[in-house]
Design a protein around this ligand. Structure first.
Ligand code: SAH
Length: 361
């Protein structure tokens, strides 16, 4: 029985699903979920991320980690945690780039939080090529208590969201139901009793506006706050999403580098939604964390020296000049990943602004 058939049977029995419940099944169903079964990253897969587009991304994130490790007083040991490391490219490039930093490799304990068995194997392979070792964990909470640097690139966009639509002056939840034997979007019959769940900036939005809420975001922020209450650290989060509350349907399914209908063949496509940086920052402040940024990815990478890095790479490989220029453009240009993606850093309240966030604190 396909996941689609199982979901149709479930809906027939219990009624429609929330969008978050649908996303959870499509991404994490133990048998047929996209991340448990397929998770095809890379040029010959379904989607490409910044570290897959250019080695410069992982290198700069690695050097950023080394700089922040020194700013924390070069603790040894410390946890170098990546959430959702995909093909392992970012962490491998980061490791290679930090070889020159005295003491960093000896002090680092790499812990990778990954659901996919297939991707865990790919990450192990990637790390082997740079002579690094890691342990794999299923939750951030399982990393040992110690100073911790956390990297999460395109990780929070997998977090399931509920969606609400402004109808007749109230908010009704968007649901996944069934019609003619297929999955279909619909609306809950009843409006929400109050708008407490809706982001404040959207509460008076026009008819048809859509609000998205990730129900597990508070628990994620709480796990960072809990960790940073016991030891210093930084969490670097880079993802799709605006620094302002814009509203709108950002649920997106991507398969073989093309957008497809999110309800078509659940489990076969990657499903994501934009990260709500405004709510992330508000939740972080509520738990006593300091919020640095968000800064647009392009601006952040430029302040870390991506142009200089590209120039150095071009000098050593003049034959690759064109491809290096294309990679730089892709990561930083406003019409590419430069503005659509934002970087934010969450730290304990007493930390100075991390590298690249000095002007955005
Ligand atoms: N950070 C990588 C990959 C992004 S794709 C890159 O930039 O290339 C999302 C990654 O998060 C995949 O590795 C996926 O398997 C993992 N993932 C998604 N949800 C997860 C969860 N709840 N727990 C652990 N890993 C998860």
């Amino acid at each position: 029985m396909t996941l689609e058939d199982r979901l149709l049977a479930l809906i027939a029995q219990n009624g429609p699903l929330t969008v978050a419940q649908y996303m959870t099944s499509a991404l994490y169903d133990p048998v047929d979920g996209y991340y448990t079964r397929k998770a095809a990253l890379g040029a010959d897969g379904d989607f490409i991320t910044a570290p897959e587009a250019s080695q410069m991304f992982g290198e700069l994130v690695g050097l950023w980690c080394a700089q922040e490790w020194m700013a924390m007083g070069s603790p040894a040991p410390f946890n170098l945690v990546e959430l959702g490391p995909g093909a392992g490219t970012l962490i491998s490039d980061a490791w290679r780039a930090t070889r020159i930093v005295p003491g960093f490799h000896d002090a680092a304990r790499i812990a990778l939080v990954e659901v996919s068995e297939t991707l865990r194997a790919r990450q192990a392979q990637a790390l082997e090529t740079v002579g690094a070792h890691a342990t794999w964990i299923t939750r951030l909470e399982d990393a040992p208590q110690a100073p911790t640097l956390i990297i999460a690139n395109e990780f929070l966009d997998c977090m399931p969201v509920r969606q609400f639509v402004r109808v007749g002056g109230g908010w009704r939840e968007r649901l996944v139901g069934a019609r003619d034997g297929a999955l279909r979007f619909g609306l809950a019959q009843d409006a929400l009793p109050d708008d407490g769940l809706i982001p404040p900036a959207l509460r008076d939005a026009a008819e048809g506006a859509i609000a998205e809420i990730a129900p597990s975001l508070p628990a994620f922020v709480a796990s960072l706050a809990e960790r940073f209450a016991h030891a210093p650290g930084r969490a670097l989060i880079i993802d799709y999403g605006s620094a302002e509350t814009t509203g709108g349907d950002t649920l997106q399914a991507v398969r073989r580098h093309a957008r497809v209908d999110p309800l078509e063949e659940p489990g076969a496509a990657d499903l994501t939604a934009h990260v709500d940086f405004v709510r992330l920052a508000a939740l972080a402040r509520e738990t006593g964390l300091a919020v640095h940024g968000p800064a647009p990815q392009g601006v952040w990478l430029e302040s870390l020296g991506i142009r200089e890095r590209a120039a150095a790479l071009t000098k050593s490989r003049p034959d690759k000049a064109q491809s290096i220029a294309a990679q730089l453009h892709r990561l930083t240009a406003p019409d590419q990943m430069g503005v659509l993606f934002n970087a934010v850093c969450l730290t304990p309240s007493d930390s100075p602004p991390p590298a690249g966030f000095e002007r955005t604190a």
